[in-house]
Design a protein around this ligand. Sequence first.
Ligand SMILES: [Zn+2]
Length: 226
Amino acid sequence: MSLRKFIFFLPFFIFFSIQAQTRLTVVIDPGHGGSNTGAVCENIMEKDLTLDLSMRVRAFFNKHPLKNVTLHFTRTTDVDLPVRSRVEIIEKLQPDLFISIHFNSQKLLSTNRGFEIYYAPDNLSSNIETKAKSYDRANRSFYYGYIIRNLFLKTNLYSVWKLPLNMFTQKYGIMLFDDTTVPGLLLEMAYITSPEDRACIENPQFMNDAAWFIYESIKLIAEKKP
Ligand SMILES: [Zn+2]
């Protein structure tokens, strides 16, 4: 390559090398655990589903590693882990994003079903600097949640398993969002109290498709991270 050509292409080389180094750190938080079973319906416990799904995500990452993504888990076994400890883990790691995984329940209405995405809201603060950071966190949470929402509509979960998209909104008043400072999402994968959703959940292929969806979401977020 001539020197002139080299100089012409130099900015592109620099751009792509920066792109390649862009790293996304994600914390996956399997909800509940140990004596905290979460929702229970018939013989299904939420704490087992959240761990099972998270470990399937980990298996996909081990099989198809993403060079630019670092993944952490708040728990990888069936242990008690108070929300306070989850907050501490997240705050210590300061990831670009944390994803808390849950399964929903509604005892009175077994017709309630579907996938829900909740994102970290902006916390009210009179301090202008804190407020700016909080808005930035809320915007990023919304942006990542929106990527996941759009991807969901292209997945097997939606087209094959007919799992509806039930909700995409911010959530106020939970410690996991209120006491953390980094972008966060809480996914309610499906309702264990809905017979239709439960039929999906009980099928290992559905859990695999759900794990693949989360893997693909993280991959896409790493690509689209500003
Ligand atoms: Zn839960």
